[in-house]
Design a protein around this ligand. Structure first.
Ligand code: UT7
Length: 334
């Protein structure tokens, strides 16, 4: 059996910075409320004329490819995680194949929201372990800003989310490299509607949207039962991190860097406190980008690399929780 390792991570965020002050001009909110409840100071919003979900993904992929020291033509497979695809179908994986000018390799789209990147990494890991592929591009990218409700009605959701993309190159590990140790995936569909964008969908097509008076219907914007999601998040994050540690005979103190999905700074700080981790053991960048869903872990990972926080042989733990509910973790050596 082969092992997989990450040979490069990269990210791209659109240039437009949107501050909490900017949002407070659109709805009844304040810089103080957003910072106190979420830790977010600013986020990026994409211009969809130049930066679609797939285009941002391709930009992040180019950075990851360069850092891995390989060409797009060296890739065997693409996995793209998003909840905000360019089109209802086809998914953005095939668009990356076209945009990067990659030969006709397979492209898989993953729909697991905030856990999408870790789920994708797990799929890539299995393909490499089995020997089917040697070099896989994994992307998480989101363009949330086009679909948020920027009235006071939508404020508990719209102040949180931001746009951006991250990517990783997952390669067959050289002999002796431990690479990805394990991944752990979970879901609980009974809570599907607690954090969801319900319409338009196969149960409610766009013609009915027009009949019913357009996008003023709250069902056409993401909904989140914030407190309920928060309580589940703090439990599931810890559970799935400890599951990964136990599976590999490790302790929390063995983690060199925990890269949690950037859902809310209070969630990350709560987990850090419970697990007794030092500040240097946890990566947080939600302050600058908000919650970028499937993109948040690879963006944070890429920034951690840029900041020199990763050394060869470091033990990295990834963990995510979100809509579905889905939650997941990965433990790996850098
Ligand atoms: O990434 C996927 C997973 N996502 C998460 O894990 C997110 C989990 N949830 C959260 O992060 C938090 O629940 C939120 C940040 C969404 C909300 O924070 P909260 O502390 O749970 O606030 P709340 O929803 O309980 O609302 C408290 C008050 C309410 O007013 P009243 O009823 O007390 O008068 C809200 O209407 O804050 C009000 N509120 C706001 N006020 C100013 C809600 N959103 C805002 C806002 N600005 N943006």
């Amino acid at each position: 059996m082969y092992k997989a390792r990450i040979s490069g991570v990269g990210h791209y965020v659109p240039p437009k910075v949107v501050s909490n002050e900017d949002l407070s001009k659109l709805m009844d909110t304040s810089n103080e409320w957003i910072i106190e409840r979420t830790g977010i100071q600013e986020r990026r919003f994409a211009d969809p004329k130049t930066d679609t979900t797939s285009v941002m993904g391709s930009k992040a992929a180019k950075v990851a490819l360069e850092r891995a020291g390989i060409e797009a033509s060296d890739l065997d497979f693409i996995i793209f995680a998003t909840l905000s695809p360019d089109y209802y179908f086809p998914g953005p994986g095939v668009m990356v194949q076209e945009q990067l000018g990659i030969p006709e390799i397979g492209a898989l789209d993953v729909r697991n929201q905030c856990s999408g990147f870790v789920y994708s990494l797990s799929v890539a890991d299995q393909f490499i372990r089995s020997g089917m592929y040697q070099r896989i591009l994994v992307i998480g990218s989101e363009l949330h800003s086009g679909g948020l409700d920027f009235t006071t009605r939508g404020r508990n959701v719209s102040v949180i989310f931001g746009d951006g993309a991250g990517a990783a190159i997952v390669e067959r590990a050289p002999e002796g490299h431990s690479g990805i140790l394990s991944t752990h995936l979970h879901s609980e569909g009974k809570h599907a509607k607690e954090l969801a964008l319900i319409e338009p969908s196969t149960s409610h097509w766009v013609d009915r949207l027009i009949e019913e008076g357009g996008s003023d219907d709250p069902a056409y914007h993401p909904y989140m039962n914030g407190n309920f999601v928060f309580k589940h998040a703090v439990t599931r994050f810890q559970e799935v991190i400890y599951e990964a540690l136990k599976h590999n005979g490790k302790e929390a103190s063995d983690i060199d860097l925990l890269i949690p999905h950037q859902a809310n700074l209070r969630i990350s700080q709560f987990i850090q406190g419970k697990m007794k981790l030092r500040d240097d053991q946890v990566m947080n960048n939600i302050m600058r980008y908000g919650n970028t869903t499937a993109a948040s872990i690879p963006i944070a990972w890429s920034e951690a690399w840029e900041e020199g926080r990763l050394k060869e042989g470091d033990l990295i733990c990834l963990a995510a929780f979100g809509s579905g509910f889905t939650w997941a973790s990965a433990l790996l050596y850098w």
